[in-house]
Design a binder for this molecule. Sequence first.
Ligand code: MN
Length: 196
Amino acid sequence: MSDDKLKEYRRKRRPARSGEPAGERAESGSNGRLFVIQKHDASNLHYDLRLEVDGVLKSWAVPKGPSTDPRDKRLAIATDDHPLDYADFEGTIPDAEYGGGTVLIWDRGGYRNRKADTAGMQACYENGLIEFDLDGHKLAGGYALTRFRREQGQWLLIKMDDDAADARRNPVNTQRRSVDSGRTLHQINREAGGEH
Ligand code: MN
């Protein structure tokens, strides 16, 4: 079903060596859809926003991470679809492998398509405008992803102006630990035998 969509993901990886998931997890089902934001300390530190859509995780790399201030527009670059079980991945990927570096589960939870009555997520993705509500540990309420340069896969991630909006919060800087393990990036790296 989702095998074709994950072709690029698999082509670039040898999971047995990198320790990353091969893509076996089943769809999360009727309890709502899954989202995860993974802080990824690669050659350029970024945050990978992933939304479950039709059995895969649609993915964007957000260099500055998400904001809770509706005035901020955060660049989000579309990346390869990832398998659902990647939402549980935290650890260090050997540098030589594609996407190497340390991964921390920065936030995770459910999300809801705000336009579900009129358009499915796949259609919203293709149309370049996704509006969704997050129910995470750090992030909540409405967010919009708007594509502005199709060829380069460039989107903007913007907080909607709702009850969860807060210009004074800066969770990327003040809430750095993993919501899965409570660990910092440094601890994950160290426990994986990293040098830093
Ligand atoms: Mn990444």
